[in-house]
Design a protein around this ligand. Structure first.
Ligand code: AP5
Length: 216
């Protein structure tokens, strides 16, 4: 099964993609995580992506599409994947369609996680993640079960993203509404779009996602 998660910054795409990866053996393909790894390793791509990411604007379509094309050819994607953070523009969606067709693959569902804009800044500014496996937690809404220990990998180091400031989240949200929201119609017209109320508790969002996955 191949899925796309769409939603604004802080909607819970990464949180839910991680759960679905564990439950269904689908690989989580997070373009944000991939880019952050490039920035940390100071690769050529990382150096190109660093400034736009810090400003909350999108990196160029061709760069990000090339990363995904390369990633789809790795053997762990053969059982299916969840795209978390890609596509984000119509050009990326077109590129994805071509990539899948070339590989004889198709998209099974595009799932939008809907959250009120007003709730997003609090989610993003309160986020911290495991330095080892990148699973996200929240100061108030989602703390590790054992304080200071990652539920997923047992890691004990956590960090915060440099783009998780109140100012940058507004820029990211603006990008979402301008560049990514048109994909809702794009995938709606193709009969692939499902909507889930992601204002609910994390477990309830997962339950709704499972229902969608079972239905497709
Ligand atoms: P990226 O890392 O993809 O950031 P984003 O899309 O802005 O999404 P986030 O990771 O902020 O949020 P999320 O929806 O995953 O929420 P999470 O589950 O963590 O991209 C970063 C940057 O990289 C972009 O700005 C751009 O520059 C670049 N980039 C990436 N992809 C690109 C592309 N395709 N093209 C061009 N540029 C690209 O949850 C958030 C918080 O809320 C957590 O603390 C979590 O614990 C909590 N939470 C989750 N669910 C709930 C809930 N139901 N109730 C309460 N709290 C919740």
């Amino acid at each position: 099964m191949n899925l796309v998660f769409l939603g604004p910054p802080g909607a819970g795409k990464g949180t839910q993609a991680h759960r679905i990866e564990k439950a269904h053996g689908l690989v989580q393909l997070s373009t944000g995580d991939m880019l952050r790894a490039h920035v940390a390793n100071e690769t050529e791509l990382g150096n190109l992506a660093k400034v736009p990411m810090e400003r909350g604007i999108l990196v160029p379509d061709d760069l990000i599409s090339a990363i995904i094309a390369e990633r789809l050819d790795q053997p762990d994607c053969a059982n299916g994947f969840v795209l978390d953070g890609f596509p984000r523009t119509t050009q990326q969606a077109n590129a994805l369609g071509v990539m899948l067709e070339k590989r004889g693959l198709s998209m099974d569902a595009v799932i939008e996680l809907t959250v009120d804009d007003a709730a997003l800044a609090k989610r993003v500014t309160g986020r911290f993640q495991c330095a080892n496996c990148q699973v996200a937690y929240h100061d108030e809404f989602n703390r590790p079960k054992v304080e200071g220990v990652c539920d997923s990998c047992g890691g004990t180091e956590f960090n915060r993203r440099s783009d998780d400031t109140a100012e940058t989240v507004m820029a990211r949200l603006e990008q979402y509404h301008k560049q990514t929201a048109p994909l809702l119609d794009y995938y709606g017209e193709r009969g692939l779009l499902h909507r889930i109320d992601a204002m609910q508790d994390i477990d309830d969002v997962t339950a709704d996602l499972e229902n969608v996955i079972n239905s497709v």
